[in-house]
Design a protein around this ligand. Sequence first.
Ligand SMILES: Nc1ncnc2c1ncn2[C@@H]1O[C@H](COP(=O)(O)OP(=O)(O)O)[C@@H](O)[C@H]1O
Ligand SMILES: [Mg+2]
Length: 369
Amino acid sequence: MPGTLAVAEAARHAGLRRIICAEESAPEAALAGIQPVPVADLGEACAYLRGRVEARRVQKPERRARVADGLDLVDVRGQERARRALELAAAGRHALLLAGPPGTGKTMLARRLPGLLAPPDEAEAIEVTRIHSIAGLLQHHAGLISSPPFRSPHHSATLAALVGGGPGPRPGEVSLAHRGVLLLDELPEFARHALEGLRQPLEDGTVTVSRAAAHATFPARVLLIATMNLCPCGARGDTRLECSCTPAAISGYANRVSRALLDRFDLVVTMPRGSGAELAAPAGESTAAVALRVAGAQPILQASCEQVSGAAAAMLDQAVDRLPLSARGRARTLRVAATAAALAGVDVVAPEHVAEALSYRAPADFNAA
Ligand SMILES: Nc1ncnc2c1ncn2[C@@H]1O[C@H](COP(=O)(O)OP(=O)(O)O)[C@@H](O)[C@H]1O
Ligand SMILES: [Mg+2]
């Protein structure tokens, strides 16, 4: 029964102590701190209401162990800059766009982002489980979801599938990825209006779905990561291949991602095709090692009392004058700089942190041929 957790929570808030529910949903109802009365069919429900049978006991499910996805950063060779961007993205929850020719490891890296995030705490886990329950995605007898969600919708996904809709209405991918990672692989292949529809939820962290029958507001705080080639044939950016795309095809491709959407990415990395030597290089750092640094940065970021050195502030002001850096862009650059500082274990943002943050801004001509 989809949504059992939400119904059980509402029942508890209304002062009810017990809830009759399907057997398979009873552990989920128990998560709400209410006593479930599991029944196999209506006959059993009637028997219970007439006092002929006792309610069966239901254990509140154990918190499930984090599900290992088997993906480790140790498998990624080279691509140091993209690896660093992934670390910054995980530590500060900055949106990241990986661009470059096919086969450079964009998808591979993106899939390794959830492994760098801390698991949701108890309250967050309830919230995530509630959303997945409403969408009918919880397995029978499932406990709390205890890994950060990872959603990777196909680029043919409709606007409703991404932001929510349909009967119910149902939460979309942006809500199913709440407190986890939303990967938009091959970003320009998504329908442009679907991407534009994502902009507001990404900005607000919530999405309101209106249907004739009902409104529903779902949380949508996701860590966004996206990948793209630099042209339709994919050869652009690869020094060893000749791109066969016409200038019109290239600009048409890049234009599918609006400047406004591009602005939502705090970190943009163009990945080169790795050299043979790089791919034969020894393995890089493991997910566990990077996750440790990401976790170490959290206390500094949460204290959010970081100061900005005079030189760092001056560098930012200069950037505003020289680059097409909006007020939003300036604030976001500062946030990335603060993350870089926190990863270095300091709470004063220095020029080197601002310089690094600026180096990840999308170039002005990024989505123009
Ligand atoms: N930097 C890399 N290190 C190790 N393997 C790589 C790397 N880049 C690509 N590969 C290999 O190539 C395959 C395709 O990479 P993928 O991430 O799908 O490329 P992209 O998404 O950039 O087109 C991967 O599954 C992996 O086996
Ligand atoms: Mg790919």
